[in-house]
Design a protein around this ligand. Structure first.
Ligand code: NDP
Ligand code: MG
Ligand code: MG
Length: 341
């Protein structure tokens, strides 16, 4: 059975009694460091000299030092740099500064699950993984609420790793919403599967294929964009509020009947077999290896995919149409269209 934990199950004093290093000040890093600080925790942020994030962290009144100094000072080290960079930062700045009884924390199981980071036996290894982007994690904390968190212990050197992880989760507001106990393996494999098969990979490619089908049949791209991409948000919002059932309750009977008869033809047994194969390649580490090997050789394959997809017709069509819809605004100040590559 699923085990849930709330504020009353955790002792904030445990994390308040430690020195915490948050390595990285991106999406998760800013949320964790600011909310821990506001929860009365002694936090320092670890960033390389010349890091673009330094100014942002300092402007928030945080103390910024190098990753090595942060790891040296601290006895709880949360690693919040991108997953493919973690093993380098760990090897160069963290591992040489680990002491008996220190705790190494993660917000995603990737590097531990696939063996890119192998911590020594004398430190605790735990995970506090918010189930939402960092900006939401911080906003909810500031408003007295929280985003649910997954909590896991991989290695319990001190015998107190679980209580410490719960205390950290409370410090970022996660236990106001609820903490779910999991393992590094379960979190990592399900997270990768969800993003590849459904949330990112499956969804984006289904939208593109639907758009292409209409355009190739001679319909106007603008109309295809509305039908295959723009309206997705309305339906996802309904699913988010009340499950697939609420979405089906809200749509027309024509749309609902079409859902039942055509959906299984889109997602047929062949698609299910592909999903199982994708899961198998996550579980056996071959996806992780493919990603890391490409990153290690400069990310050529990654960059090629990115630029191919950015030049898909659906992006140009969407750019033009969004200009007509005053209410469709970007909520991410850092994002500039067409510059990701
Ligand atoms: P980001 O990409 O936002 O992290 C960027 C930060 O890392 C910046 O401060 C950047 O500094 C710093 N950084 C990059 N390279 C280095 C380096 N070599 N040395 C030191 N600092 C460096 O990461 P996320 O917050 O997206 O992800 C962090 C972890 O959280 C990952 O494990 C991820 O899987 C997990 N996670 C992320 C979620 C999310 O919503 N994004 C949700 C749940 C978990 P600079 O300014 O110099 O570039
Ligand atoms: Mg993920
Ligand atoms: Mg319609």
């Amino acid at each position: 059975a699923t085990e849930l934990f709330y504020d009353s199950d955790a002792d904030l004093a445990l994390i308040q009694g430690r020195k915490v290093a948050v390595i990285g000040f991106g999406s998760q890093g800013h949320a964790h460091s600011l909310s821990l600080r506001d929860s009365g925790v002694d936090v320092r942020v670890g960033l390389a000299e010349g890091s673009k994030s330094r100014e942002k962290a300092e402007a928030q009144g945080l103390r910024v030092v190098t990753p090595a100094q942060a790891a040296e000072e601290a006895d709880v080290i949360m690693i919040l740099v991108p997953d493919h960079i973690q093993r380098t930062v760990y090897a160069e700045a963290i591992e040489p500064n680990l002491k008996d009884g220190d705790a190494l924390f993660f917000a995603h199981g990737f590097n531990i699950r696939f063996g890119y980071i192998k911590p020594p036996a004398n430190v605790d290894v735990a995970m506090v993984a918010p189930k939402g982007p960092g900006h939401l994690v911080r906003r909810e904390y500031s408003e007295g609420r929280g985003v649910p968190v997954l909590v896991a212990v991989e290695q319990d050197a001190t015998g107190k790793a679980w209580d410490l992880a719960l205390s950290y989760a409370k410090g970022i507001g996660g236990l106001r919403a609820g903490g779910i106990k999991t393992t590094f393996t379960e979190e990592c494999e399900t997270d990768l599967f969800g993003e590849q098969a459904v949330l990112c990979g499956g969804m984006s490619h289904l939208v593109q294929a639907g758009f292409e089908t209409l355009v190739e049949a001679g319909y106007q791209p603008e109309i295809a964009y509305f039908e295959c991409l723009h309206e997705l948000k309305l339906l996802v919002d309904l699913m988010y509020e009340g499950g697939i059932a609420k979405m089906r309750w809200s749509i027309s009977d024509t749309a609902e009947f079409g859902d039942y008869v055509s959906g299984p033809r889109v997602v047929d047994d062949h698609v299910k077999a592909n999903l199982k194969q994708i899961l198998a390649e996550i579980q056996d580490g071959s996806f992780a290896k493919k990603f890391i090997d490409d990153q290690d050789s400069g990310g050529q394959e990654f960059k090629q995919y990115r630029s191919n997809h950015e030049s898909h017709q659906i992006e140009a069509t969407g750019k033009e149409l969004r200009g007509l819809m005053a209410w469709v605004k970007s909520h991410d100040d850092d994002y500039v269209e067409g510059t990701a590559a």
